[in-house]
Design a protein around this ligand. Structure first.
Ligand SMILES: Cc1cc2nc3c(=O)[nH]c(=O)nc-3n(C[C@H](O)[C@H](O)[C@H](O)COP(=O)(O)OP(=O)(O)OC[C@H]3O[C@@H](n4cnc5c(N)ncnc54)[C@H](O)[C@@H]3O)c2cc1C
Length: 480
């Protein structure tokens, strides 16, 4: 029997599992898809929000700024790229300026450090490519950008190095609670646990409802984006938000942590929680709206559009805590934005809650907060590159030309704990396929490397999910 089963390997589940792996607990993470960070954590704005817009009287407000402050340390420990580039909320009207003041006041209340309201001249000195009609902006230097899936993968890897077990392709179909024990039902068997932490994102309400009366309902909202080539990543240096409305934080224009330019998202209610399609109408609206921020966004340099789905709850806030009805069930529900920013603080809160519920947790003497650093070949000095290639010639073979990713990095990403098993898995861990050609050149090579390293046939290598096959048979075997 496990002490704790964490359901869902997004940013919430992986942060909580990693923090709990500091203690003497038998932990399982169960994830229904074939990889870590395959749902909302894979498709969002990737901003570590400063926290000024999450209302102080809500859990979002309580956790956001606290979570933000924890990112430097965890990213350093786990070798995850994170850039505290700061953010601006820009004003184009007197009404917007009132909003800036409200955001500033709320930010002060929740503890956002070093904010300032800037006038037009100051903003344009900071960001010369912004629309010159700007009237002012709220500057929050603590805002940052990250790669959320790299963070979640690193957390899962570190949790596993500290004893947690990860089960992929393991969908919780049902759950029962008898006496002091939960039984989780999967297609291929059962698992028992003393405590269950529900981090199932878009399905967190369904998981709760398996053992308890409905507490909240997820009303999914989709957000769509454009991502532009790295040549345009310098258009702005900070995360630039338009003023927020009741629909969300407003359309942003921002560099990504890896130097691309991100434009989006909208906020559209949808019925199908898994619908990550994009639409011409929404993308056209985003394109037009973002031009208010910067008149010269070079849309000819778009390399991809994508969408992500927010697990917005009808409750109007995060649902975080032990179920009032079923002891031992901890829900992390309605974990929409700023969930990514809040996740480290939420994980610490869950650890404290577990200490209360269990009467105390014993720290492991040998907990290792660090993971083996990734070798990012392109970032090494020339002499270190040469030395590495001499030791392992796989680092001398560039597979992804756009992002300059070597075979050595791909092989490492496959063989780490929580390693890649699909083309998208390699892309998430190494960035092979994330560049200008979007995998046009490197995907066949990545398929070959995956098949060789996982000792399977190339036909068994999937792009992403179980039905996303790339090769079905040898050309000569296919009947006309
Ligand atoms: C458009 C958009 C923009 C956003 N921008 C930001 C931002 O800039 N900053 C920020 O802080 N936040 C942002 N967010 C919010 C942030 O992305 C989420 O808070 C966060 O990713 C949620 O993580 P999670 O772990 O709760 O959910 P998920 O990442 O969805 O993980 C849940 C996991 O549970 C698994 N699962 C579901 N059901 C089961 C089951 N029955 N059995 C086993 N596994 C199951 C799923 O497969 C999934 O992997 C944004 C969200 C969206 C959609």
């Amino acid at each position: 029997m496990y002490d704790v089963v964490v359901i869902g390997a997004g940013i919430a589940g992986t942060f909580i599992a990693r923090e709990l792996s500091r203690y003497d607990l038998k932990i399982a993470i169960v994830e229904k898809t074939n990889d870590v960070a395959n749902s909302t954590t894979m498709a969002n704005s990737a901003i570590i929000h400063a926290g000024y817009d999450a209302p102080a009287n809500k859990k979002k407000g309580y956790f956001n700024a606290k979570g933000n402050a924890l990112y430097d340390q965890v990213c350093e420990e786990l070798d995850v790229p994170f850039k505290r580039i700061g953010s601006l909320v820009v004003a184009f009207s007197e009404e917007d300026k009132i909003t800036l003041q409200k955001l500033y006041d709320n930010g002060v209340e929740v503890g956002v450090p070093d904010m300032e309201i800037l006038n037009q001249e100051q903003v344009l000195a900071m960001e010369p490519n912004l629309n010159q009609e700007i009237l002012g902006a709220l500057h929050a230097p603590s805002g940052g950008v990250i790669s959320p899936w790299e963070m979640a993968i690193a957390l899962a890897e570190n949790a596993m190095e500290n004893g947690a077990e990860l089960f992929l392709n393991k969908e919780v179909k049902d759950m029962k609670k008898d006496d002091d024990k939960f039984t989780l039902y999967f297609e291929d068997g059962t698992m028992e646990a003393k405590y269950v932490i529900n981090c199932a994102g878009l399905y967190s309400d369904k998981i709760n409802n398996m053992v308890a009366a409905p507490l909240f309902e997820i009303k999914p909202r989709r957000g769509q984006y454009y991502i532009l080539d790295k040549s345009e990543g310098n258009l702005v240096s900070k995360v630039i938000f338009q003023c927020p409305s009741e629909k969300g934080k407003g359309i942003l224009v921002s560099p990504t942590v890896h130097g691309n330019l991100l434009v989006g998202p909208d906020s559209e209610p949808i019925n199908n929680r898994d619908d990550i399609s994009t639409s011409r109408d929404a993308l056209d609206m985003i394109r037009e709206t973002a031009l208010l921020t910067c008149k010269n966004i070079p849309y000819g340099k778009v390399i991809r559009s994508f969408s992500g789905v927010r697990s917005t709850a009808d409750y109007g806030d995060f649902i975080i805590g032990e179920s009032p009805e079923v002891k031992g069930l901890i829900n992390i529900g309605g974990f929409e934005s700023p969930g990514l920013s809040s996740a480290p603080a939420v994980a610490n809160y869950v650890v404290d809650l577990m200490k209360q519920i269990t009467g105390g947790l014993t720290e492991k003497a040998d907990f290792n907060p660090r993971r083996r650093p990734f070798i990012r070949f392109e970032e090494l000095p020339e002499d270190e590159k040469a030395e590495l290639v001499r030791k392992d010639p796989k680092y001398g073979r560039v597979i992804c030309r756009c992002e300059v990713i070597t075979e050595g990095e791909i092989v490492d990403a496959i063989h780490r704990k929580a390693g890649a098993t699909t083309v998208k898995g390699v892309k998430k861990r190494t960035r092979a396929g994330m560049g200008r050609c979007q995998g046009g050149f490197c995907s066949p090579r990545v398929v070959e490397i995956l098949a060789r390293e996982l000792k399977c046939d190339v036909k068994d290598i999937k792009l992403d999910g179980p039905s996303s096959y790339i090769l079905s048979d040898r050309t000569k075997n296919v009947e006309e």
